[in-house]
Design a protein around this ligand. Structure first.
Ligand SMILES: [Zn+2]
Length: 431
């Protein structure tokens, strides 16, 4: 046995014994617990990297060892549409392989009914004149960049926010707790509801709602028919190399998550009393193929809930060195007139340069779940995706402490302003 063979033999033996330890413990999931501390996380990372290398970086083979429960699902057929390509039947394991190639997709397996209804999705709607400057600017003055920083520091401290991992469950719970704390400090006159939205996978989405001044959106009264205004972001993160590796997801989409959390906090503090229900959604499993948002859309459609407008915030904090910060509205796979209106809204309330830009094929976010079901949806992001994309996303380096200082909380705050404007101008504000 040559020295190199000896090394690999030792490594293999180690992997074999440790994978056994993993399998035997995976049922109580305590092995993934963040309570095990940083040392355990480093240990876990080294273990996963060794395992991947042993399996020639095939994520499917490695996942079958790391998580036998999920591993057993990897041969199941899934109907996938890699963005920009025709849909095709692949497998759950292929989703991990697509990610390694840097490709995003929508998993349509349980959502085939949602075809883009071009007539509805392109329907010209009239949007209100922007006229609530007093109320909006009052709320905007309460936004605090320190809250963005504090929240994102905690959110990125989770090992990852993979929607099938215990870390992803814990990070979801943490966001839920922040929402509850905001609600606990609400002025007595505000009408708020908070719910977790459990899914067919471990991570839950979270929904917080300003109830309309005239009643509750979930009651059986006429308020049921009031169209909701939805402001969304995705809470999960992904390391495209392998889902069980670290994924701080500072920009994608921790930034959007804290951006809308701060907009929500500000509106609560300001005593926001909308005429229509205004909801904040933190979606699970965007990275699994828009799974969380599609399950929410499916339930809303089944229950006959109406949606007036939806805006997604995906990546709000990165500014490529040497470029001018912009508030960018995506112009592809969105509702055209809502997008134009939201551009005007950004001109009114944001201090940055405002622009529209196409999203490149192979990318997408939760607004597309709404768009495909025929609702008016749009999406805001930090820069022109083709030119100035954050190069660190989907890796362990998607961090907020980038050495070149290209992560900017001031930039993210511009999007909190836009979220506040969207909520108030479309939801109304009853005196
Ligand atoms: Zn994203």
């Amino acid at each position: 046995m040559k020295p190199t063979e000896l090394v690999s033999f030792v490594t293999l033996s180690l992997l074999a014994s440790r994978s056994f330890a993993f399998s035997s413990q995976s049922h109580d999931q305590s092995v993934f617990s963040a309570d095990n501390g940083a040392a355990a996380e480093m240990d876990h990372k080294a273990y996963v990297e060794g395992l991947l290398a042993f399996h020639d970086h095939d994520p499917v083979a490695a996942m079958k060892v790391v998580d036998p429960v999920y591993g057993a699902m990897l041969d199941e057929p899934r109907l996938l549409e890699v963005f920009g390509q025709p849909r095709q039947w692949m497998t759950e394991g292929d989703k991990l392989r697509l990610k390694q190639e840097g490709l995003s997709f929508i998993d349509l397996t349980n959502f085939e009914v949602f075809e883009v209804d071009s007539a509805v999705a392109k329907e010209v709607k009239s949007w209100p004149d922007i006229h609530k400057q007093t109320k909006v600017n009052e709320a905007i003055s309460l936004l605090n960049v320190d809250n963005l920083r504090k929240n994102l520091e905690t959110l990125t401290s989770f090992y990852n926010r993979f929607y099938r991992s215990e870390y992803g469950v814990k990070s979801s719970r943490w966001i839920f707790d922040q929402v509850l704390e905001i609600v606990a400090n609400a002025p007595p006159s505000t009408r708020l509801s908070v719910e977790t939205f459990p899914h067919s996978f471990p991570q839950s989405s979270i929904i917080a709602r300003f109830e309309p001044a005239g009643g509750r959106a979930s009651s059986s009264s006429h308020q049921d028919v009031l169209p909701r205004i939805i402001i969304g972001a995705h809470q999960d993160s992904a390391n495209y190399k392998f889902p069980m590796l670290p994924a701080p997801g500072a920009d994608d989409d921790g930034s959007g998550t804290v951006t809308i959390l701060e907009a929500f906090r500000t509106l609560v503090e300001a005593g926001f009393k909308p005429a229509a229900p205004v909801e904040f959604h933190w979606y699970a499993a965007e990275e699994g193929g828009l799974l969380g948002s599609q399950e929410v859309v499916k339930e809303y459609v089944a229950l006959g809930k109406k949606v007036g407008a939806m805006v997604q915030f995906d990546m709000t904090g990165y500014v490529k060195p040497g470029t001018t910060p912009t508030v960018t509205l995506i112009t592809t796979d969105v509702h055209p007139s809502l997008t134009n209106w939201t551009l005007s809204l950004a001109e009114e309330y944001c201090d940055s340069v405002v622009q529209g830009a196409k999203l490149f094929p192979g990318a997408g976010s939760d607004h597309m779940s709404w768009h495909r079901a025929g609702f008016a949806a749009t999406a805001a992001t930090e820069a022109e995706p083709f030119k100035d994309l954050n190069p660190y996303i989907h890796t362990a380096d998607d961090r907020l402490d980038l050495e070149d200082g290209s992560f900017s909380f001031e930039h993210a705050l511009e999007f909190s302003k836009l979220a506040v404007g969207f909520a108030v101008e479309l939801g109304g504000w009853m005196d």
